[in-house]
Design a protein around this ligand. Structure first.
Ligand code: NAP
Length: 282
């Protein structure tokens, strides 16, 4: 699996990882099988959050999937903004570690900008790094202004990533967030790469282009989409798949090569659109 440096962490992370949102609603055995198959195939970036299933995803799915193979995994979890005071962040991290049955996270994110001073959350993140509870920290759903605030508080090289909504029909990050992150060495982790199951229909304008490129390579339109979404070294994607067939399809996207002409056709078929006033979220 192709890997790229993850922000300033000094760690190389696979360009395709695994999401876990709403996995608690799926067949548990199938989801764990898919997560473990993903690790076998090198999709070792596993994304979860205390929010998911109110802790159930960490406790009953991810912990089980990574049991006995923690060292292979780049494990990411997120603190709820409502918990992100200084003491609240420290406590939330402890709870996640316990549920995940591990002693450290590879990256810990603020799930979205919230009501508590960012300064306090950043201070807690740095304390967790110092104590060896987390290897790095980042943010999620941050626009440029919020990133500027985080940078001013933390200094350069501290924000590992910004996890943001990014799929073919939602490319708003390309206006400001992606260039900002590239300029400051912050990894951009695109979430909901298939629009949370709302994938372009085969008979839509973009769907037809996706289908034609997929047929030319003998791959699925989902694989073409993933490859487009990680076409720059700063970009990572975390598709969620509770079915092993989906997981295998996604993993194989890492070895797909799209020509610059194909990338240009996709770019035209899924236009960027105007810059929205606020960063879109799922
Ligand atoms: P997604 O990855 O865009 O789409 C998941 C859906 O696509 C599931 O229904 C899945 O089916 C299906 N699927 C997966 N691979 C497929 C394939 N190769 N062919 C056909 N269908 C396929 O949805 P998401 O869960 O919204 O986003 C991914 C992850 O991003 C989340 O799980 C979460 O970890 C993260 N996320 C973060 C935030 C944030 O605020 N930071 C917000 C949303 C999501 P099966 O599951 O049945 O296999």
């Amino acid at each position: 699996m192709e890997k790229h440096p993850f922000g300033g962490t000094g760690v190389e992370v696979p360009v395709l990882g695994q999401g876990t949102w709403r996995m608690e609603d799926d067949d548990r055995a199938s989801a764990i099988r898919a997560l473990r198959a993903g690790l076998d195939l090198g999709m070792t970036h596993v994304d979860t959050a205390e929010l998911y299933g109110h802790g159930k995803v960490e406790e009953t799915l991810v912990s089980e999937a990574i049991a006995g193979r923690r060292d292979e995994v780049f494990l990411v979890s997120k603190v709820m903004p409502s918990n992100a005071t200084y003491a609240g962040t420290l406590a939330a991290c402890e709870r996640s570690l316990k549920r995940l049955r591990t002693d450290r996270l590879d990256c810990y994110l603020l799930h979205w900008p919230g009501p508590h001073p960012l300064e306090d959350t950043v201070r807690a993140f740095e304390k967790l790094v110092k104590d060896g509870k987390i290897r790095s920290w980042g943010v999620s759903n941050f626009g440029v202004e919020e990133l500027e605030e985080a940078l001013a508080l933390a200094g350069p090289g501290r924000i590992a990533c910004n996890q943001v909504l990014y799929h073919l029909e939602e490319r708003a990050i390309e206006h400001g967030v992606l260039p900002w992150c590239e300029a400051h060495g912050v990894a951009v982790v695109g979430y909901s790469p298939f629009g949370s199951g709302n994938f372009p229909r085969p008979d839509s304008r973009g769907g037809k282009v996706l289908g034609a490129i997929a047929r030319a390579h003998g791959v699925s339109p989902y694989q073409v989409a993933l490859r487009f979404l990680v076409r720059r070294p700063s970009l990572f994607a975390i598709p969620k798949a509770s079915r092993e067939a989906h997981l295998r399809d996604n993993a194989a996207a890492a070895s797909l090569k799209l020509s610059s002409e194909e990338l240009a056709r996709l770019d035209a078929a899924f236009p960027l659109g105007l810059e929205p006033a606020e960063l879109p979220v799922t």
